[in-house]
Design a protein around this ligand. Sequence first.
Ligand SMILES: [Zn+2]
Length: 57
Amino acid sequence: MATPDTAARETDAKDCPVCHGTGEVSRTVQVGRKRRAVGKQTGFCLNCLGSGEAPAE
Ligand SMILES: [Zn+2]
């Protein structure tokens, strides 16, 4: 019943909580004072800088 030393490591890098590992985030585009939604735009995730991995602390 010996456990290999490496068994504990499943994932080294965590998925970014903001983009969930995609590196992109979709945001709603709003225009005017009524903030009318005109569509969605995919943008670069600023949390992980597009890498999709959670930044190391
Ligand atoms: Zn991200």
